[in-house]
Design a protein around this ligand. Sequence first.
Ligand SMILES: [Zn+2]
Ligand SMILES: [Zn+2]
Length: 262
Amino acid sequence: MDAQVLSQKAHKASRVTPGRALFGASALLAWTGALMAAVMLVPHPAVAVLAGVLYTVPLISFWEFMVHGVMYHGKGLPGMKGVVRIHVAGHHHHIFPPSRYVQDGPYAFMRFRAPREPWRMSDNALDNALTQWAQIGLHFIVGVPAILGPAWLITHDVTFLLSALVTLAFVSWLLAYVHGVIHTPRDRWIEGHRWFQWLDRHHYIHHIDYQANVNFLLPLCDVLFGTLKMKLTEEEAARHPTFEQAKPMAKDIVRPAVEQAS
Ligand SMILES: [Zn+2]
Ligand SMILES: [Zn+2]
């Protein structure tokens, strides 16, 4: 795929219709509003802790959708065009196209700092950590004002705020970690879990159709906004490897008994 086709593919208008956007946003507003109302009406630490998690997870899904779908796969916000290049040209096109969905080097993250090209995986712990923590940091830059800010300004409940903060920190770390593991399989503990294997196939579809499965870790907003895609079209399937061909070592692939014995 040449650079021009790639760029057109990346910048294609989002497939979220206005009606679906309104529906999704209304559902999120109603849910988060109800949870903040519960925190204010029932001043109990257990309520605040539980509400903090239930409030934060859908909002992380929303901001994950916006950061990945709009910032990474959009035309590029002012001053952020480098992020689009790193994600689309680097991550999707050069390092992990569907024909090379996995890498087997020692590090799970690509090189992020200059010189970035030729695009490649990190070959040292510093570059690996810089890319991982840049991703986590970006979720904090967005999440602190957009998730924690309203939580505090509306409720003034410290326990609710702390619960939301811990949830934001854990999910932001998990998101970067699981994405790294998906592309660099290495017999890690989480690779044997069904939820991981579901996400792996879900993410492979995104590596073929950039407008689908915009959520990586929390597919709630793909459901709300109508971008969840469970299988490739016939045309996509004909043009690209199957998941089994792209990632033959995936643990949910059933192998013939003869092959397993050898
Ligand atoms: Zn990926
Ligand atoms: Zn992407």
